[in-house]
Ligand binder design. Structure first.
Ligand SMILES: NC(=O)c1ccc[n+]([C@@H]2O[C@H](COP(=O)([O-])OP(=O)(O)OC[C@H]3O[C@@H](n4cnc5c(N)ncnc54)[C@H](OP(=O)(O)O)[C@@H]3O)[C@@H](O)[C@H]2O)c1
Length: 307
């Protein structure tokens, strides 16, 4: 496997980091591009042998140099809130460079989605960029492609994501939720994204042309609160907001709509969907939310240190 080389975008982040670590553990060569190669995350990647090149996704010259020799690409972009459609344009350019580099298998980590009520909503634009990029990945002439659609990240409950998605919650322990207490969230542990991506790179023909939902466990939201409370011993709890309360909060917290979407993601799944059974079809054992919280107990302690 030592001659295999994958280029992993966003390796200093949550999912890209999991993919990079798991490929390195399999003995693959892994390269990435990081805006700040001196950051703690970039240094940690360097320490396990990931080639960290300095540069941004908007720097085509740096990307061309960094991608040389990579036959596999983990494509994982982040919507820019000021211009959510930019994910498509950034992806288009990266795919052009990947073709030049001779990439033979693209694994694109997109997202699970359900339509938002307002077609002009920023989230609808962001989702459209992802679906358009999925189509581009499929039609760009790569010998193999795989699309992964992760559900709701378990890491959303940890810093830094919690500060964006649930402002104030890290300080108080109180999640103000735009969903019913009966909501069920299709959650994904980013290590499971790493497992799916690594499995796809190891068996490209098996994963070729697949569009897969990527879920570790469908978790009732109240159970998620109880698990965090039990494992951390901290006063983590939820208030379930009425529609009127949500309407009143949306102008100052527009990302609250992500919670409404998260609560509806189960609608995209077939009745009786069984995430661990789906994963086992691909030889993957998924984690549970309980595993995740226990593994990240020190991160939860740090995030909720005042609670
Ligand atoms: N949160 C969820 O529940 C969820 C669910 C499904 C899909 N998603 C999707 O997952 C993606 C985010 O993945 P993640 O959570 O793993 O990301 P993350 O932890 O926020 O990390 C983002 C990564 O992207 C890098 N990056 C961002 N802009 C860059 C640029 N211009 N040039 C170079 N590197 C850049 C960051 O590098 P630096 O170290 O330089 O910052 C970092 O490595 C988004 O597309 C989101 O829509 C999220």
């Amino acid at each position: 496997m030592a001659s295999h080389k994958a280029f992993v975008l966003g390796a200093t982040g949550v999912q890209g980091g999991a993919v990079a670590r798991q490929l390195r553990a399999l003995g693959w060569n892994v390269a990435t591009i990081a805006r700040d190669p001196d950051s703690a995350a970039a240094q940690a990647l360097g320490a396990i042998g990931v080639q960290v090149h300095q540069g941004s996704w908007t720097d085509s010259v740096a990307l061309e140099a960094a991608m040389v020799g990579s036959k596999s690409l983990f494509l994982n972009l982040v919507p820019v809130m000021e211009n959510p459609a930019s994910e498509l344009e950034q992806g288009r350019e990266i795919l052009r460079i990947a073709r030049l580099a001779g990439v033979e298998h693209v694994v694109y980590s997109s997202a699970m989605f359900v339509p938002v009520d307002d077609p002009n909503h920023i989230l609808e634009t962001a989702f459209k960029a992802k679906t358009d990029l999925e189509k581009l990945v499929q039609t760009s002439g790569f010998p193999r492609w795989t699309v992964l659609r992760p559900g709701f990240f378990m890491s959303n409950y940890l810093a830094p994501k919690i500060h964006l998605l649930y402002p104030g919650t890290a300080e108080t322990g109180l999640f103000q939720l735009a969903m019913e207490p009966t909501a069920r969230l299709p959650m994904v542990d980013h290590e499971d994204i790493g497992k799916y991506a690594a499995a796809a790179f190891l068996e490209p023909d098996r994963f070729r042309g697949q569009v897969l939902h990527l879920i570790s466990e469908v978790v009732p939201v109240e159970r998620a609160m109880e698990t965090m409370r039990r494992v951390t011993g901290r006063n983590i709890r939820a208030k379930y907001l009425s529609d009127q309360e949500v309407e009143a909060m949306l102008p100052s917290h527009p990302l609250m709509v992500l919670q409404q979407v998260a609560a509806r993601l189960v609608e995209a799944l077939d009745d009786g969907y069984d995430a661990p059974a789906e994963a086992r079809k691909w030889g993957i054992e998924t984690n549970t939310f309980g595993h995740f919280v226990e593994r990240h107990k020190s991160d939860f302690d740090e995030t909720f240190r005042n609670v």
